[in-house]
Design a protein around this ligand. Structure first.
Ligand SMILES: Cc1cc2nc3c(=O)[nH]c(=O)nc-3n(C[C@H](O)[C@H](O)[C@H](O)COP(=O)(O)O)c2cc1C
Length: 206
């Protein structure tokens, strides 16, 4: 059995919904055990409330040490100035002890994100995230073009070969992740879980 973790941060609920879709996709693979967890909030309750953050998120808070227990980890973050959110960065910066003993070497890592605007830095968020995964010796998996709607022009949508993404818009154009964006999350989750199951069947990394 392979164990998959969907680990996310979300201020306003977009990445939270994407994380659930990733988990749904991963659960399509027989024999896979999927968990959804989030990283801790760094803002004070007062500041987060004032900023309108979605505070009722049922996913439990992860501890950095537990990443070693999974065969594959799907990381989800909102984009902040073209990079991952500081809450996710801070969590990753607490994985030094895992790095020191090579605890994530040979595990699968994959990323997804959300931006406000179409060209607001999805690719930079995802590919810069990969750098950290590679330092950990993880095997980076993206979102292949066998998800045919990566090429679509029929609607405004997120979607990159580096990982699933969604666009929130703003004001009167604000939206939650679209059906298409959630489909691509499910596709990515299933893709990662299938690879993890193949790895588990073939023997774990030495
Ligand atoms: C400080 C800050 C920086 C942001 N930087 C970007 C950005 O560089 N590009 C962009 O398109 N959206 C940016 N956004 C919008 C967020 O990416 C968007 O609110 C987020 O993806 C929504 O996801 P969530 O609901 O899971 O928090 C930024 C938001 C904040 C608060």
């Amino acid at each position: 059995m392979s164990k998959i973790l969907v680990l996310y941060y979300s201020s306003y609920g977009h990445v939270e919904i994407m994380a659930r879709a990733q988990a749904e996709g991963a659960a399509r693979i027989p024999g896979v055990q999927v968990s959804v967890k989030r990283v801790p909030e760094l803002m004070s309750l007062e500041a987060a409330t004032a900023a309108g953050y979605k505070l009722d998120q049922p996913a439990p808070i992860a501890d950095p040490e537990e990443l070693a227990d999974y065969d594959a980890i799907l990381f989800g973050t909102p984009t902040r100035f073209g990079n991952m959110a500081s809450q996710m960065r801070n969590f990753l910066d607490r994985t030094g002890p895992l790095w020191a003993r090579g605890a994530l070497v040979g595990k699968i890592g994959s990323t997804f994100c959300c931006t406000a605007s179409q060209h607001g830095g999805q690719e930079t968020t995802l590919t810069s995230f990969h750098t950290t995964l590679l330092h950990h010796g993880m095997i980076v998996v993206g979102l292949p073009y066998t998800f045919k709607d990566l090429m679509t022009l029929r609607e405004v949508t997120g979607g990159t070969p580096y990982g699933a993404s969604s666009i929130t818009g703003t004001g009167s154009e604000a939206r939650m992740p679209s059906a298409l964006e959630l489909d691509m999350c499910r596709f990515q989750g299933e893709h990662v879980a299938r690879i993890a199951a193949q790895f588990t069947a073939g023997g774990s990394h030495a």
